[in-house]
Design a protein around this ligand. Structure first.
Ligand SMILES: [Zn+2]
Length: 74
């Protein structure tokens, strides 16, 4: 019998791309906790609409315009 793991590969850290807020996942409380950096909580901006680097479409940098491929065929 196999143990089913979460269908979502939940990361244990997320960073806001807008304000730099850093949070760590806490399995005990099932919540995100603000991480600390240099003894200060990395809370970022309270007015920020946090845009987490792990949420939504994570688009890796790629050769979108295709310029790099043209050279090989020339
Ligand atoms: Zn933010």
């Amino acid at each position: 019998m196999r143990v089913m793991t979460s269908p979502i590969d939940t990361p244990d850290e997320r960073v806001c791309e807008r304000c730099g807020r850093i949070e760590h996942w806490n399995d005990d409380t099932i919540t995100w906790n603000v991480a600390e950096q240099d003894e200060n909580p990395a809370i970022g901006s309270v007015y920020c609409i946090h845009e987490w680097d792990i949420n939504g479409a994570f688009v890796p940098v790629s050769d979108v315009d295709g310029d790099a491929d043209v050279d090989a065929k020339a």
